[in-house]
Design a protein around this ligand. Structure first.
Ligand SMILES: Cc1cc2nc3c(=O)[nH]c(=O)nc-3n(C[C@H](O)[C@H](O)[C@H](O)COP(=O)(O)O)c2cc1C
Length: 148
């Protein structure tokens, strides 16, 4: 059993729904998963006590990649999170009609790598309503679980 922290930033609830589905799937697989809104956590020592951390964030902005508002502070302070050697996976919701589909997910993954994280699986990018992508989300949670 691994202890997994899932931290999400979500404006309209889509990435929150995704985070909750991932958390439920990991719990059903026997892992200890904690799901937190990014506004409820601090960067300092974020990873302490966890075997893995999953970051979820939606993408906003037309002219450039913009992270979901609440996630920006954590992104800026990710160097304080103690990511070195920590298993990390990234996910988020977006809309493929935008130029940078789920660009925030790629940006967070890149920043996590720069801080020494071990990316454990390909990121999950949900196009549209996560409620209609439950099997895709469950498959991703299985891939995460297998890498723990
Ligand atoms: C003004 C605006 C800008 C957006 N920009 C992007 C974007 O650049 N890339 C993308 O993949 N999705 C973009 N989206 C789509 C949102 O990321 C999508 O609706 C997502 O499901 C919201 O997730 P949340 O409810 O977790 O915040 C944009 C939506 C709006 C309204």
């Amino acid at each position: 059993m691994a202890k997994v922290l899932i931290v999400y930033g979500s404006t309209t609830g889509n990435t929150q729904t995704t985070a909750e589905i991932v958390g439920t799937e990991l719990k059903n697989a026997g892992h200890d998963a904690v799901v937190n809104d990014v506004t409820a956590v601090e960067a300092e020592g974020l990873c302490e006590g966890y075997d893995a951390v999953l970051f979820g964030c939606s993408t906003w902005g037309d002219e450039e990649i913009e992270l979901q508002d609440d996630f920006i502070d954590l992104y800026d302070e990710l160097d304080k999170a103690g990511l070195s050697g920590v298993k990390v996976g990234c996910f988020g919701c977006g809309d493929s009609s935008y130029q940078w589909f789920c660009g925030a997910v790629d940006a967070i993954e890149e920043r996590a790598k720069e801080n020494g994280a071990r990316i454990i699986c390909d990121s999950l990018k949900i196009d549209g309503d996560p409620g209609s992508c439950r099997s895709e989300i469950a498959d991703w949670a299985s891939a995460v679980g297998a890498a723990l």
